[in-house]
Structures are given as structure tokens and as C-alpha cells.
Design a protein around this ligand. Structure first.
Ligand code: GAL
Length: 327
């Protein structure tokens, strides 16, 4: 720990600026994971002598653009953005660049602009983890796909990963996709609505590939209310406390854990470098096409979480609390 702290100090000793100011524009703080992201980000930034101004757009892209303008007027040195809409948020990058400020997209890509950096997880891999876990258990049957909103590029990448895995099963006629939609929002209500529509047309469902845990919460509720006798396999993402509890109770099959503490650390490192006008290390760096340019990116590894490995993953990392999960 001490060695790590010393290394960080060396990494961030910024010659040109004393206390860099970072604007952190969160798309929402509604879900547990975004609260964790924010608190880790602020902690790491503080440790490295940077100040963070956090804004929450409450899922409104117009609000986020106004917040960006305000922070740029206040003179922040760098912006870190969780966009609400992958295309409209490009306006933030243009506004920032007009003032010589760099922008890092945090976990969600900003498309069709000269984005400076992207930090996230391998979202295609997340979709693959979700689909492969359920196809291993249930290689034949009726499947429903309930994605996140298409305003978020992650929803598209997840679906790509899911289809990569499902495609041979569909081709062989082993799996039939009986429902396929992208929800209006990443929340419980949208999940429930989609599942009610799905169950309205299909009584028999073997598996639901849900894009995140909030959607899965609403889906599980719709399944329970319908009183289906059969155990329906259900995926998720984010390793939220409630999802881990559902996994232990047998109401959800798996989730995907994204170690957001590491994501926040990587993002603060890059943000501090940008703020100080220094070069960012290219170790572990890849690039991703955002419809306009190849954007330098760091994509971390997601981890599949299920009943068998909950101890070795989210509990080992102290991402969740054992007593609360098993309560
Ligand atoms: C997505 C992210 C998911 C989930 C969702 C809800 O962009 O990939 O992990 O958190 O947002 O806000």
C-alpha cells in the first residue's frame, strides 16, 4: 500500500500546475455503481492533489451540456464525462476544445467527435459473458433479449457480444429469440415494462439476457408477479447489492462485476496528466473508433459473477459486504 502511494505521488507530481481542477460530469447517480465510481474518483483525485467538481445530469443531456459550459467558464483544467447520449454529448467535446480543455469519456463512449480519451471495460466481452453463462446452462430454448437504451453506446456493444455467442445456437435452431428489444432507460421500471410486454406474447421463456442489474430487478419482479412455475435464467451487470442478493436467493443467475474502483483510478491518472499538460502512459492502451477518429482507450476486464464465485470476486475485492448479501 505504502509503495503504491509513493508511486502515485511520483506519477502525479505536476510540474506546471499546483492543484489541477477536474470537472466530473456524471450522467446519473441513481444506481449504486455510479455512486461508487464517484466516491472512488474523488478519493483518488484528492490523494493526488487534484480538486474535483462533481455534477449530476439526472439522465438529461441538455442539463449535462449546461453543466459542462458552467465548469468550463469556471476554468476547470479537464473534463471527465459519463455521457447521457453518445451522439449529442459530442457538443461538450467541441465546447471544451474551443477553450483548449481535454475530455475523457468515462465508461460510455462519446461518438463522432475528437474525443481525447476513453476509459471503460470491454463491453463486447460483457455481452459475451452474459450470453455464454446462460447458454452453458440452457443450450436450447426460448430466449428474450432486453438491452439498455440505444442512446448509450454500451448497449450496442453488449448486444454485439451477446449475438456473437448466441448466433451458432440460433443457426442450429436450438435457441429461439422470442423477444428482442432495447429498453427506454437503464432502470427497474423499464425492465419491468419490457418483461411484461415479453410475457404478454410468450408464456414460455427459458432465459432473459438483461443488460444490467437495474433492468434485471424489474424483470425478476414481472416474472414473480406472473407466477411462472419454471425457473427462468436471468443475467445482469454491475454486481449491485440487490443483484448479489437475488443470485443467492436464486432469482437471478449471474451478473457482471466491473471493478469500478480501478476504472476511477485509471481515469484520475489520465485526468491529472491532461490537466498538467503531460504525456499519458501508453502501457495497456488500445484504440477505439468513435465514428470520427481512433480514440486512445483503456479497456479493463469485466468478471462474470454467479453463485459459485461470489466469494472469490465481489467479496474478495470488498466491492460488496458479505453480511448484507447473505442477509
Ligand atoms: C451503462 C453501463 C452499465 C450500467 C448502465 C446504467 O453505461 O455500461 O454498467 O451501469 O450504464 O447506468
Amino acid at each position: 500500500m505504502i509503495t503504491m502511494a509513493l508511486i502515485s505521488m511520483v506519477l502525479f507530481s505536476c510540474s506546471s500546475k499546483k492543484n489541477p481542477e477536474i470537472g466530473l460530469l456524471m450522467g446519473t447517480l441513481q444506481l449504486e455503481r455510479w455512486q461508487k465510481d464517484t466516491s472512488h474518483f474523488v478519493t483518488y483525485a484528492k490523494e493526488n492533489g487534484a480538486r474535483v467538481i462533481v455534477q449530476n445530469a439526472n439522465n438529461n443531456q441538455g442539463t449535462q451540456i449546461q453543466q459542462a459550459e458552467k465548469l468550463l467558464n469556471q476554468g476547470v483544467d479537464v473534463l471527465v464525462v459519463v455521457p447521457v447520449d453518445q451522439n449529442i454529448s459530442a457538443e461538450i467535446v467541441r465546447m471544451a476544445h474551443d477553450r483548449g480543455v481535454k475530455v475523457i469519456a468515462y465508461d460510455r463512449l462519446i461518438r463522432k467527435c475528437d474525443l481525447d480519451y476513453y476509459v471503460s471495460f470491454d463491453n463486447v466481452k460483457i455481452g459475451e459473458l452474459q450470453a455464454s453463462y446462460v447458454t452453458n446452462i440452457q443450450p436450447k430454448g426460448k430466449y428474450a433479449l432486453i438491452g439498455g437504451p440505444t442512446s448509450d453506446n454500451n448497449s450496442i456493444m453488449l448486444r454485439l457480444g451477446q449475438i456473437n455467442v448466441l448466433s451458432p445456437y440460433i443457426e442450429r435452431g436450438d435457441i429461439e429469440i422470442v423477444y428482442d428489444n432495447f429498453a427506454y432507460s437503464w432502470d427497474k421500471e423499464s425492465g419491468k415494462l419490457e418483461m411484461e410486454k415479453c410475457l404478454g406474447n410468450n408464456q414460455e421463456i427459458d432465459a432473459v439476457i438483461a443488460a444490467n442489474d437495474a433492468l434485471a430487478e424489474g424483470i425478476a419482479e414481472a416474472i414473480e408477479e406472473r407466477g411462472l412455475k419454471k425457473n427462468v435464467l436471468l443475467t445482469g451487470q454491475d454486481a449491485e447489492l440487490k443483484a448479489c442478493q437475488r443470485i443467492i436467493q436464486g432469482k437471478q443467475t449471474m451478473t457482471v462485476y466491473k471493478p469500478v474502483q480501478r476504472l476511477a483510478q485509471v481515469a484520475t491518472e489520465v485526468a491529472c496528466k491532461f490537466a498538467c499538460g503531460e504525456e499519458v502512459s501508453t502501457i495497456n492502451q488500445t484504440t477505439i473508433f468513435n465514428g470520427n477518429a481512433m480514440v486512445p482507450a483503456i479497456l479493463l476486464e469485466p468478471v462474470s459473477v454467479h453463485r459459485q464465485n461470489i466469494q472469490l470476486t465481489v467479496l474478495m475485492d470488498e466491492y460488496q459486504n458479505e453480511e448484507k448479501i447473505f442477509r
